[in-house]
Design a protein around this ligand. Sequence first.
Ligand SMILES: Nc1ncnc2c1ncn2[C@@H]1O[C@H](COP(=O)(O)OP(=O)(O)OP(=O)(O)O)[C@@H](O)[C@H]1O
Length: 254
Amino acid sequence: MMLAAHDLGWSARGAPILRGVSLEVPEGETLGLIGPNGSGKSTLMRLLCGVLKPEAGEVRLAGEPLARMSRRRAAQWLAMVEQQAETADRITVRDAVELGRTPWLSPLRPWSAEDDAIVAEALAVVEMSGLAARDWATLSGGERQRAHIARALAQRPRILLLDEPTNHLDIHHQLSILQLVATLPVTTVVALHDLNQAMSCDRLGVLQHGRLVALGKPQEVLSPALLRDVFGVRASFLTDPADGARIIRFHAVS
Ligand SMILES: Nc1ncnc2c1ncn2[C@@H]1O[C@H](COP(=O)(O)OP(=O)(O)OP(=O)(O)O)[C@@H](O)[C@H]1O
């Protein structure tokens, strides 16, 4: 199993935030994490990448406990794009993306033309090549988001963790980032709020009050009963006549 969490628990000031979360992500899968505000998605992502240490349970990368890996080794395996990731102001976009190469560099393996090519490719994939020389501070929210994704791609991880990667993006870039995530040959865990976008994940995990309450194929997980019980909405399912895809329309429950 590429990424596994076993019975994860975490609390803040004595209040349990995440309890008994176990999941396994096979190589190449895109697992979506969904759940209402405050259900624990970001906390779970931060435990999976090692930013937070679990109070209970453990995370394993390809069978190896994350807690026993050096930061450098963990960063060769896994890249994370946080929800409101910040970067120091006085650097260019290219500088920020080059930071993604850090875990691979050493005195025996200094910066090379290969690193330049990887950074250029990462910038191109998120359509940021034209902004490579720009000061980070001048970027819009969506441009920053795309640059953060480029930094994570430049890291060439086997596992990519994305916390709401589309939340600042216009519709074109939302779709292109989601399409990119789906086609990348890496194992991906992505927290999403848009449940129609979540439908394109291989599987979905649903968090509610810090517990994983459902895990499975999107069309099985996103049932009218779950949408009512977890998200408090009534759902109707429509079919796109263009391609037969299922679309969910939401209604407030009065
Ligand atoms: N360091 C902390 N101290 C206190 N409470 C915290 C801390 N970190 C998270 N929480 C609380 O834990 C709960 C889960 O937060 P988390 O950010 O994981 O939720 P989320 O599902 O990502 O939410 P959203 O959809 O709003 O981004 C929230 O109620 C949050 O206020």
